[in-house]
Design a protein around this ligand. Structure first.
Ligand code: ADP
Ligand code: MG
Length: 381
């Protein structure tokens, strides 16, 4: 449906899109994921024919966007970052105006009414757009993109600026639209693409650094066998005990996730299955283990890992199958993120970075992350 080949876009000396190639099949729901300034809007503006490009080619349903712009554009509905709404029109007037603009052949009234039903704006049909909430305006923006029944919908940051309830509504609308359309949406919010998209194209500084399903991204990058344990017991002692288990290289207290217990990220070496000893040792001390699970990468972690690798000149994703990944399973950025994600004060300890003295400080505050530093190295001694 969409074929993009070696696409580059230069703004003056700045290369905003750098040799991007991808194809999107009919019916796919694809997310462009990347931080602000990554080039998502630039690519979308190019796909929709609003922006010229420097090199490469773009085909929509076999029509070249440069040679056959009308044919190509007819197949696309676009919701730009700033929806082109006329605030002094009613929803009805505006959609009718867009209908005329696009020279749509379908019967006007039923077509517009059907779209309003689909995006659930029938109840504001006669209201002025300027009097609508941001959530409703966004839906009017999506309605506008649906006029003429295009096969492809391109939605640039469709939930930006919406409140959580509106976000959920727009996401479920996008999922519904995805049943009958090819959808491309962009987001810098990772949970968003995870919630809606079956495929993610990760863009960083104009370069596509990954293109896969959220699941596969996670699998390819997850080089560790880390576990997360939820334990009822004193943080320092539990941490110390877990770190003494043979094969455990690092233990990080992730803080309190459930009243009366703490979560611990346990990083074992590749060879050892530490699950059984974790259970047995905790059980010996009568510290209940109330949950034990593998630590699957979240999209946040995947993203940090990919962009970190890309910034270091590596191509982590494309070489993931071949490359021996480093043993230390969390990057600095990820560690920081683990720390941020943890509800309480997190405790990260690393064999190399830890400070043994703090362990012997009996007056150390158990809630103070600095006091929890521990590592296999010291415990072995
Ligand atoms: P995103 O949508 O991912 O946030 P954009 O596509 O808007 O990113 O921008 C990509 C890069 O191109 C950014 O560095 C941005 O500053 C630059 N850029 C975007 N539009 C222009 C423009 N009209 N002139 C010059 N630079 C631009
Ligand atoms: Mg943008």
């Amino acid at each position: 449906m969409i074929e993009v080949s070696h696409l580059s876009k230069r703004y003056g000396t700045h290369l905003a899109v750098d040799d991007a190639s991808f194809s999107i099949q009919k019916g796919e729901v694809v997310g462009f994921l990347g931080p602000n300034g990554a080039g998502k809007s630039t690519i979308m503006n190019i796909l929709t024919g609003y922006l010229s490009f420097t090199t490469g080619s773009v085909q929509i349903d076999g029509f070249d966007i440069v040679e056959n712009p009308e044919q190509a554009k007819r197949r696309i509905g676009y919701l730009p970052e700033l929806p082109p709404l006329y605030l002094d029109m009613t929803v009805k007037e505006y959609l009718s105006f867009v209908y005329d603009l696009r020279k749509v052949k379908l019967p006007r009234k039923p077509h517009i009414e059907e779209i309003c039903r689909l995006v659930k704006i029938e109840n504001v049909y006669d209201r002025l757009i300027k009097n609508l909430s941001k959530g409703y305006r966004q839906r009017v923006g999506i309605a506008q993109a649906l006029i003429g029944n295009p096969d492809v919908l391109i939605l640039d940051e469709p939930t930006v600026g919406l409140d959580p309830k509106q976000i959920i509504e727009i996401r479920s609308l996008i999922s519904r639209l995805g049943k009958n359309h090819t959808v491309i949406l962009s987001s810098h919010i990772l949970s968003e693409v995870q919630a809606v998209c079956e495929r993610v194209i990760v863009i960083n500084r104009g370069v596509i650094i990954a293109d896969d399903t959220p699941d596969n991204l996670s699998k390819n990058l997850s080089n560790d066998h880390s576990l997360v344990a939820r334990v009822i017991g004193p943080v320092r002692e539990v941490t110390r005990l877990l770190a003494t288990i043979k094969g455990v290289e690092r233990v990080t207290c992730l803080g309190k996730k459930e009243e009366g217990s703490n979560d611990y990220l346990i990083e074992p070496d590749r060879e050892t299955d530490v699950r059984r000893p974790i259970f047995e040792r905790l059980s010996d001390r009568k510290w209940p283990l109330i949950m034990l699970r593998t630590n699957e990468l979240t999209l946040e972690q995947i993203f940090l890992r990919l962009t970190d690798a890309a910034d270091n000149g590596e191509q982590l994703f494309k070489q993931a199958a071949k490359t021996e990944t480093p043993k230390s399973s969390l990057s600095e950025a990820e560690k920081q993120m683990v720390a941020e994600l943890a509800s309480g004060a997190p405790t990260v300890f690393d064999a190399a970075a830890s400070d043994a003295d703090s362990l012997d400080d009996a007056s150390a505050d158990p809630e103070d992350p600095e006091s929890e530093t521990i590592a296999q190295k010291e415990v072995d001694d």
